[in-house]
Design a protein around this ligand. Structure first.
Ligand code: OOB
Length: 529
């Protein structure tokens, strides 16, 4: 029998509440009534207005036949309608599946096959892509999809969200221990994995994150990443900020000018970025003096390895405290603290956000390793899932017998008992029997003054098994090739088996839907060269 998480075990925890997120919104509306809750590029709305709109939309969904337990695919960009739809579905007892705007037919079909949703809620178009065409095609193909609701102009027989009729209905009782949302797993390859988060554990996730960030009613959070992702949604993100009575600003795109403009205009106090986005924002700040980011108190950076050199640059150049964030949509979150020493903030990803998090770092035999030694990071606890949605097989390999989630990440405990991440275990390159961690080589490469960023991947190779390919983003005017890179690495004392076999200069990183460097694509590019 597989381990099953016992929710009652966590009832003593501060911030743990058996309550639905729909009910939480009602509480916030009565507590923070006329305060501004949300800002997007079109309008501002108060807590009370948000709650009213959610009630109307939820009643309209119920009138349209959406029932408790129904899964509903949601694919909307960062705008107020996303928040309304999210809460309205939860209030109707339905379970939103949060897709990112960047997803296309392949991801959508996989999810529809797996979860058999009864409805799909989508933007008419965004950044030049017409989602309605994709919606029409998918509705034709899958009979489980009874409704498609469009944010914008429906047309062609699809219903517009704004045209929905609402009526007088009774809202279902929703237990806090039921699934609130299904998040998409970050490591999705082919078959999608859906992550079931309950109302209670997700609120707890937001509250523990908000506590670490010391959020309060004066906090202004900018959702710069796509808000369907766990990081800007709940770590503390949208949910943590609303719970604290703050204001959430939704950036319309992830472009640096939209982000920096929103920080300037709304006097944002906290935002969350992935490392690649920090770099482009910093470049823009260097030559454009119209932006004023002095209101920022916290810059959360996470989602991918943050090079020591970039961490140092952020600490030097940004007018706020850097908070390193290691996070997973499956649960576990580990953040640095605002009062940590600078050398701690610069070199690790802090400590788990809940006192009840159980974290282990183990070797290949699942034996715990010593402090200072890398192993695989495993986690179990109040807000970490005990299994993916309908995925018997994946659950056998992704969890230990006793219910620990295998993150697939390398980590170690530092001297100060913080977590330091060391890259993906699967990323490990086996070059003629020698094991190489890309993260290590990337850090060496970033020490070169002419290299701004680097990403190292393993590429299948006839003779070596895998060869090492380094993609580097260089400073203007610096000319680098395989031999000069070798010379540099040898010069700083890097073992010769770690020297890249292939070096490619790159001007722009291919990014995944949430803005992480797409290493899979880099691998393919390296092979085609
Ligand atoms: C966040 O969540 P996911 O589910 O998109 O991706 C999780 C994976 C981790 O397993 C790890 O491989 C990587 O992203 N990751 C990091 C990292 N933070 C996440 N790797 C190195 N250093 C870090 N600081 O990415 C996510 C969820 C909530 C908050 C923040 C990020």
């Amino acid at each position: 029998m597989r381990y099953k998480k016992e929710m009652s075990k966590y009832e003593h925890l501060e911030g743990w509440e058996r309550c639905s997120l729909g009910k939480q919104l009602e509480h916030w509306a009565s507590k923070y009534t006329h305060k501004i809750a949300l800002v997007d590029s079109e309008e501002n709305i108060t807590y009370e207005e948000l709650n009213q709109r959610v009630e109307q939309m939820a009643s309209a969904f119920i009138c349209k036949g959406i029932e408790p337990g129904d899964r509903v695919v949601v694919q909307l960009p960062n705008r107020i309608s996303f928040v309304e739809v999210l809460f309205a579905l939860m209030k109707a007892g339905a379970v939103p599946i949060l897709m990112l705007p960047a997803h296309r037919e392949a991801e959508l079909e996989g999810i529809v096959k797996l979860a058999e949703p009864t409805a799909y809620i989508v933007a008419e178009q965004y950044l030049g892509y017409r989602y309605v065409d994709m919606a029409l095609a998918i509705k034709e193909k899958f009979s489980c999809l009874k409704n498609v609701f469009v944010d914008g102009n429906g047309g062609q027989g699809l219903q517009s969200l704004s045209g929905l009729q609402y009526g007088n209905v009774r809202f279902p009782e929703v237990d806090g221990y039921q699934t609130a949302v299904l998040l998409l797993s970050g490591g999705t390859t082919g078959v999608p994995k859906l992550i079931p988060r309950t109302h209670t554990d997700y609120m707890y996730n937001a509250r523990m994150s908000a506590k670490r960030c010391q959020l309060d009613e004066n906090s202004v959070y900018l959702a710069a990443l796509p808000v369907a992702h766990n990081f800007p949604l709940c770590c503390p993100g949208l949910l943590g900020t609303l719970d604290a009575g703050g204001k959430v600003v939704l950036a319309p795109t992830t472009s640096p000018d939209d982000i920096l403009m929103a920080i300037t205009e709304e006097e944002v106090t906290i935002t969350a970025l992935v490392p690649a986005m920090v770099t482009v924002c910093m470049e823009m700040l260097e030559y454009d003096e119209d932006f004023d980011i002095s209101s920022l108190k916290i810059l959360q950076v996470g989602g991918a390895m943050l090079e020591d050199s970039l961490a140092d640059k952020i600490i030097e150049k940004w007018p706020c405290t850097l908070m390193q964030v290691f996070g997973t949509a499956e649960g576990l979150l580990s953040f640095t603290s605002l009062d940590d020493d600078t050398d701690v903030i610069a070199r690790c990803q802090g400590t788990p956000v809940s006192p009840a998090d159980e974290v282990k770092i183990v070797d290949e035999n699942d034996e715990e390793v010593q402090r200072g030694v890398y192993g695989e990071l495993l986690s179990r606890g109040p807000y970490t899932i005990d299994g993916y949605y309908m995925a018997e097989e994946a659950n056998r390999t992704s969890f230990t017998e006793d219910g620990f989630y295998r993150t697939g990440d390398k980590a170690m405990w530092t001297e100060s008992r913080c977590l330091r991440m060391g890259g993906r275990i699967k990323e490990q390159i086996n070059r003629a029997g020698e094991k190489i961690m890309p993260a290590e080589i990337e850090a060496y490469l970033c020490k070169h003054l002419g290299i701004k960023e680097a990403a190292v991947v393993g590429v299948p190779d006839e003779t070596l098994g895998n060869r090492i390919c380094a993609f580097i983003m260089t400073d203007e005017g610096s000319m680098l090739d395989v031999s000069s890179v070798h010379q540099f690495l040898k010069g700083i004392g890097v073992a010769s088996y770690k020297l890249p076999d292939q070096v490619e200069i790159i001007e722009e990183w291919p990014l995944t839907s949430v803005g992480k460097i797409d290493k899979k694509l880099l691998g393919q590019m390296a092979q085609e060269k």
